[in-house]
Design a protein around this ligand. Structure first.
Ligand code: CP
Length: 307
């Protein structure tokens, strides 16, 4: 297997299809492995969250603890020296003396790349602004593979905030590598950015754009719902126009394919009615659970553990 030792995970675009498959296979191996509790003994992960998070931060912590490593960091930048004006570059240069790997979430697009350029330690992007969320994408791909038996040649619909949602930006680029058919469902205000559509065209991927879930729901394998990202709108009046634009209701699932699975990176606000949670189509909580083995694989690989 190709070595990932010392490699930063900044954007899914940096990874070949073979790299992605290799990470997913490692996640499967780690998930099934009983003796993993000491794989990262003596290693330290710095967890720097400049933006709110539940799943990404806690599943990275759980992943590191589950492999015998330890965690330092902060979940609120207001209690760090960023509050006093320290630059991200200086913070990163200093933290590389305290930790073997750095996980960061930041509100600015490109922040994780800047950090990776500031240190010799691997940096893992836990979400930068509207840009990328590569570890979420690896979790999404792992979940798709588990539920469908493959990633290639599926029809996948992404619904909601396609303009500001970093999870859909990462996932669309990754699925293009697997030659999936993509459908984008959003209001006009929240369409997938043109530069991503151009990239898909260059990669020879066919995609369609819709406004209503009903137009596509009977013909897809994966329905990827997303939250409207209130915190990214420069103008709250614009947010108010689209805030409740999509809610998936139980009756909308009457004529779907039997293998359909509904995913959502979470948190959900009101995009999926809770009476769907107990249907076999609903798979978003299992998707979140997959965060631990996938992030364990990423940590083990970038820290050079031989499995
Ligand atoms: N999916 C995801 O990134 O969730 P959090 O914002 O809770 O980390």
């Amino acid at each position: 297997m190709k070595s990932f030792k010392g490699r930063s995970i900044i954007s899914i675009i940096d990874f070949s299809t073979e790299d992605i498959i290799s990470i997913l296979e490692t996640a499967k191996e780690i998930e099934n492995r009983k003796d993993k509790g000491t794989l990262l003994q003596g290693k330290i992960m710095a967890s720097l969250f400049f933006e709110p998070s539940t799943r990404t931060r806690l599943s990275f912590d759980a992943a590191m603890h589950g492999l015998g490593g330890s965690v330092v960091g902060f979940a609120d930048p207001n209690i760090s020296s960023a509050k006093k004006g320290e630059t991200l570059h200086d913070t990163t240069k200093m933290i590389e003396n305290y930790a073997d790997v750095i996980v960061v979430r930041h509100p600015l697009d490109g922040a994780a790349r800047l950090m990776a350029d500031s240190t010799t330690k691997p940096v893992i992007n836990g979400g930068d602004g509207t840009n990328q969320h590569p570890t979420q994408t690896l979790i999404d791909l792992y979940t798709i593979k588990k539920t469908q038996g493959r990633i290639t040649d599926l029809h996948i619909a992404m619904v909601g905030d396609l303009k500001y949602g970093r999870t859909v930006h990462s996932l669309a680029m990754a699925l293009a590598k697997f030659k999936c058919r993509l459908s984008f469902v959003s209001p006009a205000l929240l369409r997938m950015p043109q530069y991503h559509l151009d990239e898909l065209r260059k990669m020879g991927i066919s995609y369609e754009e819709y406004t209503n879930i009903e137009e596509v729901i009977g013909d897809i394998d994966i329905l990827y719902m997303t939250r409207i990202q209130k915190e990214r709108f420069p103008d709250l009046d614009e947010y108010n126009k689209v805030k409740n634009v999509y809610t998936l209701h139980r009756e909308m699932l009457e004529h779907v394919r039997p293998n359909l699975r509904i995913l959502h990176p979470l948190p959900r606000v009101n995009e999926i009615s809770t009476d769907i949670d107990d249907l076999p189509y609903a798979h978003y909580f299992q998707q979140a659970a997959n965060g631990v083995p996938v992030r364990q694989a990423i940590l083990a690989l970038v820290l050079g553990v031989k499995l």
